[in-house]
Design a protein around this ligand. Structure first.
Ligand SMILES: Cc1ncc(C[n+]2csc(CCOP(=O)(O)OP(=O)(O)O)c2C)c(N)n1
Ligand SMILES: CC(=O)[C@@H](O)[C@H](O)COP(=O)(O)O
Ligand SMILES: [Mg+2]
Length: 619
């Protein structure tokens, strides 16, 4: 196999022309074999095989810096830099990350996971290089989806005045996770057909020349409208007018054309954007047909494309999507917003049923928050469904545009807590801290699927901003008997005893219930409370518990700093209550990729570890 000849970076340069022709097929076969077992971001990776090969042929690693936007498409890069073995345990605990990691290889120039950062990071590298008088190329690879993120434009604006080489590769497959959206996407679509426009324009001009008397006059009139003609003739005017050299569009599966374009780009003294057209899912029928399904995928059957994991239970995401649609049927003021995650956040159904009230704003979480604030100020009831870690992008907007004006925006904060295989960049473990610190904000978390429905209904009636945070995966569908009405700022008493009081937040209820069962077996009395509100905390309940309990044990899947437990502890201190607080939360650290139950164990928040901790501390 040709792939066997690649043991480390730059080995690709030793391959013959014939071998280079064989390699893309082998890489795609390898990726299919591995990702069909481990799961991973398949379609984006299949699309950039030739582009990655071209970058590795033209540039010199690790001296030159390749920066991948999002980083979900870096599998071929990992293969070409000697990490073939890593695919055995891709995204597994202790195994290779699905994203670029500086600690994994010197060829990974910048860690990523969130979108639209590559141009900013690349520009930083360029200035560092120039200031230090060093000599290397910096290449940022950004997808058309990532180009919908505002940070990319801030960076382009900043890069425009550069006098030294900086290469930006726009990998355009007209797809974000779903079909890409917005004006830039439409503009890129026009550029993709730039040759056709140019040909058309030439055809029109020569046809006009043949028109007697008026033809030449018409041409000169058209030429006076210089810029509109230029728009047709010169592809990439948007970039060119900013001062960024545009090269393209380049067919993204033609290795020699790609190499030629990159060599040309490397000679430009200044910022240069190479517009490459690729096909998401290239080379694998099911992924070409349904690139969204194979964007991030679990184990699947290679022959058929059938996903192996059989979905048995509703996820929290499903429950949210269904209940929101039910509510929207009765209330035509409800509008839903996604930042390019309609499927992941469960808004597909809403989009189909209520297209006029559905907004996909692109990968633009900050904008989405302020946009929601505007909708609310205008009298609607906006619901922004967003992953916990991506909402970090909208922190200032939540404070400045939503909460300060106490606007009734609902944040459906999905993927809260540990998410698993995506790792550090995607763990939703900060939201209780960053949302809990914002005045006017109400923050809740459900223990099971019925409570999520009740909380969403509560939030839609509340006059102020509300965030409901819930995790990735199957929703708990037991304990339906515990379904007290949701009341502002009130927790829910599940079992009242004495001695130790367990107060859990959201999906930590299951662990808390298990902890209680085990403590009972060991002969301890144990109260169980579903905390429900992280902001405001239920002060009355804490006062009450302090009268009959020696310890309150709080359980949350959030970092300890600024989380629920610390709020409880502060309150206990402030009121000088006769009770001690043990906080079960995540450490002040980033948590890597892996199965959630392993991660919980590692972090000491699984039932086993909690029981041990309680026994060590309390008993
Ligand atoms: C801030 C942020 N929001 C959302 C996402 C989720 N996300 C990951 S990849 C992706 C689509 C990216 O599209 P594009 O850049 O065109 O890459 P492609 O998958 O098409 O190769 C999205 C929305 C993210 N990683 N970061
Ligand atoms: C790369 C990225 O940010 C997304 O594709 C993310 O991996 C989706 O995560 P879910 O699988 O939880 O929807
Ligand atoms: Mg794309």
């Amino acid at each position: 196999m040709v792939l066997d000849k690649i043991q480390k970076e730059n080995d690709i340069k030793k391959l013959s022309e014939e071998e280079l022709e064989i390699l893309p097929g082998e890489i795609r076969k390898f990726l299919l074999e591995k990702v069909s077992v481990t799961g991973g971001h398949l379609a984006s990776n299949l699309g950039v095989v030739e582009l990655t090969m071209a970058m590795h042929l033209v540039f010199d690693l690790p001296k030159d810096k390749l920066i991948w936007d999002v980083g979900h498409q870096s599998y071929t890069h990992k293969l070409l830099t000697g990490r073939r073995e890593g695919f055995e345990d891709l995204r597994k605990f202790g195994g290779m990350s699905g994203f670029p990691k500086r600690k994994e290889s010197p060829c990974d120039a910048f860690d990523t996971g969130h979108s639209s950062t590559s141009i900013s990071a690349g520009l930083g590298y360029v200035h560092a290089r120039d200031i230090k008088g060093e000599d290397y190329h910096v290449v940022s690879v950004i997808g058309d989806g990532a180009m919908t993120g505002g940070m990319a434009y801030e960076a382009l604006n900043n890069a425009a005045s550069l006098k030294t080489n900086f290469i930006m590769i726009l990998n355009d497959n007209h797809m974000s996770i779903s079909e890409n959206v917005g004006g830039m996407s439409a503009y890129l679509a026009r550029l993709r057909t730039a040759d056709i426009y140019t040909g058309l324009k030439k055809g029109v001009t020569s046809a006009l020349h043949t028109v007697p008397l008026v033809g030449d006059h018409m041409i000169s009139q058209i030429r006076k409208t210089k810029s509109s003609i230029k728009q047709l003739v010169v592809p990439g005017m948007f970039f060119e007018d900013m001062g960024i050299t545009y090269l393209g569009p380049i067919p993204g599966h033609n290795l020699s054309l790609l190499c030629r374009a990159l060599r040309e780009a490397a000679r430009v003294d200044g910022p240069v954007l190479v517009h490459v057209m690729t096909q998401k899912g290239k080379g694998y029928g099911p992924a070409e047909e349904q690139p969204d399904k194979f964007h991030g995928v679990g184990p699947f059957q290679v022959q058929t494309g059938e996903i192996k994991e059989e979905k048995k239970k509703d996820t929290y995401t499903d429950v949210f999507g269904k209940v929101l649609c039910d509510c929207a049927a009765k209330n035509d003021k409800i509008a839903a917003i996604t930042a390019a995650m309609a499927d992941g956040t469960g808004l597909k159904r809403f989009a189909r049923r209520y297209p006029d009230r559905f907004f996909d704003v692109g990968i633009a979480e900050g904008h989405a928050v302020t946009f929601a604030a505007g909708l609310a100020a205008g009298g609607l009831k906006p619901v922004f469904a967003v992953y916990s870690s991506f909402l970090q992008r909208g922190y200032d907007q939540i404070i400045h545009d939503v909460a300060l004006q106490n606007l009734p925006v609902v944040f459906a904060v999905d993927r809260a807590g540990l998410v698993g295989s995506d790792g550090e960049t995607h763990q939703g473990i900060f939201d209780l801290s960053y949302l809990g610190s914002i005045p006017n904000m109400t923050v809740l978390s459900p223990k099971h699927k019925w409570e999520l429905a009740d909380m969403l209904r509560f939030a839609l009636c509340h006059d102020g901003p509300v965030a409901i945070r819930y995790p990735r995966g199957a929703a708990l569908d037991q304990y339906q008997e515990y379904r007290a009405p949701v009341e502002y700022g009130k927790s829910e008493m599940i079992v009242r005893e004495k001695g130790i009081a367990l107060v859990s937040i959201g999906h930590m209820f299951e662990e808390a219930e298990e902890v209680r069962r085990r403590l009972k077996e060991k002969g301890y009395d144990c109260t169980l409370v579903n905390g429900r509100f992280v902001k405001p905390i239920d002060q009355e309940m804490i006062r009450e518990l302090s009268k009959t309990h020696d310890w309150i044990v709080t359980l949350e899947e959030n970092v300890e700093t600024g989380g629920y437990g610390q709020q409880v502890q502060t309150f206990v201190c402030q009121e000088n209550l006769p009770v001690r607080v043990l906080i079960i939360a995540l450490p002040d650290a980033y948590i890597e990729h892996g199965n959630v139950s392993i991660l919980r164990k590692e972090a000491g928040i699984d039932a086993d570890s909690v029981v041990k901790k309680i026994e060590r501390t309390i008993c």
